[in-house]
Ligand binder design. Structure first.
Ligand code: ARG
Length: 466
């Protein structure tokens, strides 16, 4: 029987009926539905709508439903409209008529709003654990790389050498921001819609504060119309994840690039690569390519949520049912992709020698060379010009700045002296970036320690979950 059959005399068109059901996807919310329903049942008992016995059998029934629901076959029900209807039906089968009393003073509008918040809250907790694990691997790889250097690029043209650790720490910074964005999102979503009723507030005098507390919400949501129609938290969650995936896709792209034969800075782990059915020599970076492309879906989820909400009149509209799937997709894709990124990052091999060699060619010391002249009192504009001319000269000769003799150098500027050569070496070039956030090895060690400290601080913030 439908939850609303009294008002209807005609059956639904069978195809429409199947099409409008959400059980095929909102069954994922069964744990949240049981938790929220249990809290509601307790509130009903407190105001005398349920007797102690009824409460006990409802709670018992809900528990039984939750454990049975761990088996996918349990959801073989062609009639239940959604997870709310499904749980009610099972409850009535288990405990009889008392099961129908559970819906007193509540509406599915507040239930779905609550279930989704609980689901996203739990997912954030899980994703934060994964993010910390990824951060830990990234930082461990950075620590292990010691003082190895590599070229850094702007415009994808060789720019200046940096420590490999410095490069990896750039990703750590992005991931740390993603972590705190998830934390912000969690904090903002953590208000309880329960007791909002269908739109105007529950028609029974429920203690909303007690319900909120029981479900570990900060407080009841302030306005019943807002609470039953708000999906900001779902949009925000999807947006935070699209930002995370924008980062992951940049990370993936760099590793794809650096694993190409031309760079060969990294060797792909076979466990995260595939071969070609046609070209026998190939080892392709499929794991990275999939992470890069999942970013598109993640952005799509955020956009589709935003557009679904745009222009909706208050309060609940069935359009809101369409906000579920993008949330599930985002949550599941994020967890799987993070696990893949963690595994890949653990196993990828760095060719430090090759990176180091690449960092010493291609005039990546030109800025340091210009700075040498600045330290001799030359204006930077002039110094830039002199070194630019010297680079052109080298390009014609087919050599590097260090290969020019002092007389050759003095054609460009009389300030060049014997000590010039000592500022051109890789160590000197790295060391001249001795500022907070720079690639001087001591600064990078400082940064590593700081990130380690942040990671351990954030580990304490992750919420424990079942
Ligand atoms: N399955 C519905 C959803 O996800 C639950 C709320 C239904 N409410 C209603 N008034 N039809 O949005």
């Amino acid at each position: 029987m439908k939850m609303w059959s009294g008002r209807f005399r005609q059956p639904l068109d069978p195809e429409f009926e199947r099409w409008q059901r959400s059980l095929p996807f909102d069954r994922r919310l069964v744990n949240e539905e049981v938790a929220a329903s249990s809290a509601h049942a307790r509130a009903l008992q407190r105001i005398g709508v349920l007797s102690d016995n009824e409460l006990a059998s409802i709670l018992h029934g809900l528990e039984a439903i939750q454990s049975a629901a761990q088996k996918p076959e349990y959801f073989n029900d062609e009639e239940a409209e959604d997870i709310h209807h499904f749980v009610e039906k099972r409850l009535v089968e288990l405990i009889g008529e008392a099961g129908y009393k559970l819906h007193s003073g509540r509406s599915r509008n507040e239930q779905i709003a609550t279930d989704l918040r609980l689901y996203i809250r739990k997912t954030i907790d899980e994703l934060q654990v994964l993010l910390l694990e990824l951060l830990d691997v990234v930082v461990a790889r950075a620590e292990k790389s010691g003082n190895s250097a590599m070229p850094a690029y702007t415009h994808l043209q060789a720019a200046e050498p940096v420590l490999v650790a410095h490069w990896l720490l750039a990703y750590a910074e992005m991931l740390l921001r993603d972590f705190t964005r998830l934390a912000d999102c969690r904090q903002r979503l953590n208000f309880s819609p329960l007791g909002s009723g269908a739109i105007a507030g529950a028609p029974l005098a429920l203690n909303r504060e007690a319900i909120a507390q029981e479900l570990a919400f900060t407080a009841p949501a302030a306005n019943s119309m807002d609470a039953t129609s708000d999906r900001d938290f779902a949009i925000e969650f999807a947006q935070v994840l699209s930002l995370l995936f924008m980062h992951l896709s940049r990370w993936a792209e760099e590793f794809i690039l650096f694993s190409s034969q031309e760079y060969s800075f990294v060797r792909l782990p076979e466990s995260y690569s595939t071969g070609s059915s046609a070209m026998p020599q190939k080892k392709n970076p499929d794991a990275l390519e999939l992470i890069r492309s999942k970013a598109a879906r993640m952005l799509g989820n955020a956009v589709s949520l935003l557009v679904t909400l745009k222009g909706l009149p208050l309060a609940y509209n069935k359009d809101l049912q369409e906000t579920q799937e993008p949330v599930f997709l985002a949550a599941e894709t994020a967890a799987q992709s993070l696990k893949t990124a963690i595994g890949f990052m653990r196993q990828v091999e760095f060719d430090y020698e090759r990176m180091q060699r690449a960092a010493q060619a291609g005039f990546m010391n030109a800025l340091a060379a210009a700075t040498y002249l600045v330290n001799k009192g030359v204006s930077f504009r002039k110094a830039h010009e002199h070194i630019g001319n010297a680079v052109c000269y080298c390009l014609e000769k087919g050599c590097e700045l260090r290969d020019l003799s002092l007389p050759e150098l003095r054609q460009f500027s009389p300030e060049f002296a014997e000590d010039f050569y000592s500022c051109l070496g890789l160590d000197a070039v790295l060391a001249c970036h001795n500022v907070t956030g720079g690639t001087h090895p001591a600064r990078v060690r400082e940064a590593l320690a700081k990130v380690r400290q942040q990671i351990s601080l954030l580990s304490g913030e992750v919420h424990a979950h079942a």
